[in-house]
Design a protein around this ligand. Structure first.
Ligand SMILES: NC(=O)c1ccc[n+]([C@@H]2O[C@H](COP(=O)([O-])OP(=O)(O)OC[C@H]3O[C@@H](n4cnc5c(N)ncnc54)[C@H](O)[C@@H]3O)[C@@H](O)[C@H]2O)c1
Ligand SMILES: [Zn+2]
Length: 347
């Protein structure tokens, strides 16, 4: 389980000191180098750390950045007893974790996530990798960080859209957990976020993901629960990309959650009231997916190509109630289209 310190600099100092590494490297992207590294300026154990910086955003989660990190490790004299600290969003923790796990057959790395999405999702759970040949996360390994240190202090500089994007994964975790946690999440004011309160909710959210991952580290069963909202969400994300108007992952997940909860009411008896509460929250903070009924066939085709499908059937994780997931569910094409109607016009 990650560490949730009150004082990020002190916590980082302790983790780095205890690691007793022969050489230290800090990986950032060009934004987190400027905006997040200063929060660690008082960490004495990092005084002699060597800095590696790569370009920001997912287009740089590629083989060229990976090669750059490996080169910097070689030139900086890294050995198997060195430590890489990944300070950034999911792009940096995914690529940094992969670089560390493959360098000299694996050196230790610590994640300090700086986006909400990385805090509740990317930085925990041990999935690392890069995009390759135009395919997302095509090459990578499962490899756990030595430690993950989470502080919402970093979120002061994060834009509202990226904050909302990460929050969608928190909503998903709450739905997989309990009614009480869901109502706490629906009660949070995303328009004027209180970062101390958010730190508490992040802690609860990470706990839910960690438990699911622990029970199924290689995604053979229960971890599929984390796909809630993602079957339809990924189709929205891909279509937006194709239209040249990309949307953040969490926005696509939020729309996907609204659709898949609607499917859950139809197929699994999920309560209408909870579904409407979540759909209203999504409408208020994420708006509506920019689709028309002319897009339905193509969205369906995109869902049919999801790599998580089995035997050509579109696979959903649905809920029979809050906290009770049903894996490997199927829905007719008509019902999926109705769920898209609900997303566009419902409520
Ligand atoms: N490994 C996993 O299990 C897992 C899970 C979910 C997502 N991911 C991956 O995570 C990546 C997306 O992560 P992300 O949403 O964090 O994107 P990101 O890392 O690209 O960060 C988004 C933007 O925010 C900037 N940024 C980061 N921290 C900031 C801060 N504190 N203040 C201001 N700006 C800041 C970044 O420089 C970037 O421009 C994708 O590559 C995705 O595949 C991995
Ligand atoms: Zn996701």
């Amino acid at each position: 389980m990650p560490i949730f310190p009150n004082n990020i600099a002190q916590a980082a100092d302790k983790v780095v000191t205890q690691a007793d590494a022969d050489r230290l490297f800090v990986l950032t992207d060009e934004h987190t180098h400027d905006l997040c590294l200063p929060l660690l300026s008082s960490v004495r154990s990092l005084n002699n750390a060597q800095h590696i910086t790569i370009g920001a955003t997912d287009i740089h989660k590629d083989i060229a950045s990976l090669t750059h990190v490996w080169q910097q490790l070689v030139q900086g004299g890294a050995t198997r007893h060195s430590l890489l600290l990944c300070l950034g969003g999911g792009m940096v923790t995914d690529l940094g974790g992969f670089a560390a796990s493959t360098f000299k057959r694996g050196i230790r790395y610590v994640n300090i996530p700086t986006t909400l999405l990385a805090m509740v999702d990317a930085a925990v759970g041990g999935k690392t990798g890069i995009n390759f040949c135009g395919l997302k996360n095509e090459v990578g390994v499962f490899s756990e960080a030595m430690e993950v240190i989470i502080s919402t202090d970093f979120l002061r500089t994060l834009d509202a859209e990226n904050l909302r994007s990460g929050y969608a994964e928190m909503l998903k975790h709450a739905l997989l957990s309990s009614e009480s946690l869901l109502s706490q999440h629906l009660g949070f004011d995303l328009a004027a976020p209180n970062l101390n309160r958010l730190q508490e909710l992040v802690c609860l959210s990470v706990d839910i993901k960690s438990r699911i991952v622990e029970s199924d580290p290689h995604e053979r069963g229960l971890r599929k629960a984390l796909n809630l909202g993602h079957t339809i969400g990924h189709a929205f994300e891909s279509m937006a990309m194709e239209k040249g108007r990309p949307i953040l992952h969490g926005y696509a997940v939020a729309y996907g959650l609204a659709c898949e909860l609607w499917l859950s009411t139809q197929l699994k008896g999920f309560p209408q009231s909870a579904m409407r509460q979540v759909a209203t929250f999504v409408r208020n903070f994420y708006g509506r997916a920019a689709i028309t009924c002319d897009d339905y066939e193509h969205l369906y085709e995109l869902m049919s190509h999801d790599k998580k499908n089995v035997a050509g059937q579109i696979n959903f994780a649905l809920l029979s109630k809050v906290g009770k997931v049903e894996l490997d569910c199927h829905a007719s094409k008509d019902l999926i289209f109705e769920s898209l109607d609900f997303m566009r016009e419902g409520l």
